[in-house]
Write a protein that binds this ligand. Sequence first.
Ligand code: ATP
Ligand code: MG
Length: 555
Amino acid sequence: MSTTDKPSHFLEQIIDKDLADGKFASICTRFPPEPNGFLHVGHAKSICLNFGLAEKYQGQCNLRFDDTNPEKEEQVYVDAIKEDVRWLGFQWAGEVRYASDYFDTFYEWALHLIREGKAYVCDLSPEEASEYRGWATKPGKDSPYRTRSAEENLDLFERMRAGEFDEGAKVLRAKIDMASSNMNLRDPILYRIRKQSHHQTGDKWCIYPSYDFAHGQEDAIEGITHSICTLEFQDHRPLYDWFIENLPVPHKPRQYEFARLNLNYTVTSKRKLKKLVDEGVVSGWDDPRMPTISGMRRRGYTPSAIRKFCDMIGVTRSDGIVDVAMLEHAIRDDLNENAARAMAVLDPLKVVITNLPEGEVQEMTAAAHPNRPELGERVLPFTREIYIDRSDFTEDTTLSRKKFKRLVLGEWVRLRSAYVIRADEVVKDDDGKIVEVRATLVPGTVGENPPENIRPRGVIHWVSATQGRQAELRIYDRLFTHEAPDRGEEDFMKHVNPESLAVMQAWIEPGLADAKPEQGFQFEREGYFVADRLDHTAENPVFNLTIGLKDTQGK
Ligand code: ATP
Ligand code: MG
């Protein structure tokens, strides 16, 4: 969030005014996920907004699980969501809250509506109910059960709670207006029978409140001053307001809607992400290709970059699609500034320095970061045999200096943080493939310019063949090849990129083996990589490609 005093979006303007008018002494927001999957980048926007507002205005933000649907909810999701919020750098006020903490109150409030003649038990089957409901241009008609007496309704509702009826046999509905132009007001369902254990309440309940009957009341109970949600709930606001007006709530929250985050090349729906997990398209919710917070984390995205991105895209009331390149740009910027530099050779070609004796190890030093001296230095062992990248050498002596700033047979190149060398000859296998370059180093060129007659074409990276280590690199690409994977006619699963993961072996400078899991690096001239959170060890180093050095997917 911005820390300037100027409001940066319409919600800040509203809050500024509410505080100036003395409507509230301080603000209270909440982030209310349903624990039916892992959080994704869209949720990050909502988290940054709600927690960010609380931070900016020194108010409080609650974390509340909207756990009204036991069928799809699980404790693992609760745990993952808490971890994700904390990882993004936010802390909720007090204990974690659950909608299910308030089930007793919701039940009392349902009884209240029944007694007031504003709710009734309905026996229509789901098919019948949908027919009675009508559609946008056709008014619905009253259920034949709408005129039941309060006594009868109280009796039936209590028996629903006692487990006397089967799932689907009865529901409790609000008595509002079957002819309303707002479908949400056509006697919406308040309670359903669900003979299902709940991750928080166990077997205490066999009836569960609908999301709509719970959501606004949770905010009322918690004293939420600004209930922020996405635009698709705008049409639900009249219903939430109806509940608030007709129930003995301790506080009247007000709902404000903002545009959800849509990203191209990305799906942001827990249901669809779950399908990718369940069908084994990815290795799990935290697969580095997933747009989940835990996936981005494992990919090497940083909390600060994600927060910066959420800041950049802003908060508006009009739907749009954000270019995923903007997210990638934020990551790249952050890593460029903060990630230590290191060398890794992805496609190794051996170079033998013939004027360096076998067994000799010279210690070169290099800054961990070109403009961050506080990050210290690293030691690079230089030996007779080293690896350079195959693409950094050519026998073609006709290439101009401008076009090929690397090693050419008979010419010089600088090895980064080490010597200038000259390629003298090549060794080929029976197929004519170059298997080795034999070279000589120019003495006295470590950190010093060579004599004037020696003109290196450029600077390339390298790793000692005898002191370097091997590592597994996981090279990730976008998970979808289509710009709008789930917005066209075709099933989004058809647009999965079959080449979104390539695994390869690389040579890395030895110090990298000691990287801590989740530590990010710029492998110079190659890209940003992170030590895998789960699989990386000093014995078996594993690095994930976070993002390339430049946007190569640009239009
Ligand atoms: P999904 O469709 O992926 O399941 P959801 O909205 O059902 O998303 P919830 O757990 O109900 O998921 O969402 C918690 C909060 O996050 C809500 O306030 C919701 O509005 C917000 N949110 C969800 N998706 C986005 C998004 N793409 N952009 C911004 N906010 C979002
Ligand atoms: Mg939802």
